[in-house]
Design a protein. Structure first.
Length: 361
């Protein structure tokens, strides 16, 4: 019987193992390549940059605080976004830089957005609304005998830069017109009210009432146009039409709003901690009691039935249309503008509901 030579099996088995091992390695390499390709298509994977300019000096306005907290608490890092935070030096610098694409987003009162859309036709678009009511009020001394805006008749009423259409609407709601009061241009120093230079002084609700009452010790009462049913709105986040048309910049905006809405939630839950985060941006000698007053008022004015039902930062076309109509009726704008063109809620709506939900009662 012919015997076949004895051939050891271990080399064959080892070769099979080697080929099997190589197959596993190749499979892993292929899977890794596919995952890398998938990640390359994931918009959250690429780190993006964004520039935010607050429309005023550093202070505890809620739209500013939302960004301060997002930076200090790492919310921007969580969404893979590098954010440069700047502050306007005044004279409309933030709007000029926005329109020249030197910054990506800034803050602006809703009424001024409408006015700039009307003249000179600036392509500004609101993407988030903080002030669900306006930020201006009208202060009188507590012992002035003025119990309601109807008592403004025959009184000296100050205005800061222009006579606000919302103020004229307030007069109208109380059966008065500008002819029934003496309008006087005033600056930004509320001391003129206790000095008796005016009977009614226009105040920023989150600022000057605290200066008058707590700092200066002057008892006052404050009237708001919204109390008389006049539609008013406050500060919004604003971008340009060009930004919204650019997919990469739009994605950066989505991340910015995600992080700042988390900052908004943080401020609602713990205003004291939000002020601590803000201290990294404001001056060392800032009056922290005043900063807290400012934030608290903004938080109150940022919550409405709309935001409770739909989430923080929410706004509707009907809100802006009502304000537009007041501006048109009382001389804030000279002609109608298309309100829908100045609003884009789609980026806000694309954010996870958990990141913009209102957790209050």
């Amino acid at each position: 019987m012919l015997r076949m030579p004895s051939i050891p099996l271990s080399p064959l088995l080892n070769n099979r193992r080697r080929w099997a091992g190589l197959g596993v390695v190749l499979s892993l390499v292929l899977i890794g390549a596919l995952l890398a390709a998938a990640c390359a298509d994931d918009p959250d994977d690429e780190r993006l940059s964004f520039t935010f300019m607050a429309g005023f000096r550093a202070q505890s306005n809620l739209p500013f605080v939302a960004a301060y907290v997002a930076e200090q608490e790492g919310f921007f890092d969580d969404v893979n976004l590098d954010v440069t935070i700047q502050h306007s030096s005044g004279q409309g610098e933030h709007i000029r830089l926005l329109l020249s694409d030197d910054i990506d987003l800034t803050t602006q009162p809703a009424s001024e957005v409408i006015q700039r859309r009307a003249d000179p036709g600036a392509p500004l678009v609101v993407v988030t609304l903080f002030g669900q009511t306006g930020d201006l009020g009208y202060a009188v001394l507590e012992d002035s005998g003025i119990e309601s805006p109807a008592d403004f008749a025959g009184r000296t009423v100050g205005f800061k830069s222009v006579v606000q259409a919302e103020f004229l609407a307030l007069l109208n709601a109380n059966g008065l017109s500008a002819d029934d009061v003496e309008l006087v241009g005033v600056g930004f120093n509320p001391v003129i009210l206790p000095e008796g230079q005016v009977d009614v002084y226009p105040v920023f609700l989150n600022n000057e009432p605290d200066i008058l009452q707590r700092v200066m010790g002057v008892p006052i009462r404050v009237f708001q146009a919204s109390d008389a049913g006049v539609p008013t709105l406050g500060v919004a986040y604003v971008v340009t039409e060009d930004l919204l048309a650019d997919d990469t910049r739009r994605e950066a905006l989505r991340r910015f709003l995600t992080a700042t809405m988390r900052g908004f939630q943080f401020a609602l839950a713990d205003p004291a901690a939000a002020i601590e985060a803000t201290r990294a941006f404001i001056s060392e000698d800032a009056d922290l009691l005043h900063e807290r007053f400012l934030l608290d008022i903004d938080l109150v004015n940022a919550i409405s039935d709309l935001t409770r039902a739909n989430g923080l930062g929410w706004f509707t076309e009907a809100q802006f249309q009502a304000l537009h109509d007041v501006l048109l009726q009382f001389g804030g704008i000279e002609h109608e503008v298309e309100v829908a063109d100045m609003l884009d809620r789609s980026v806000l709506e694309s954010i996870d509901e958990a990141d913009r939900s209102y957790g209050g009662g």
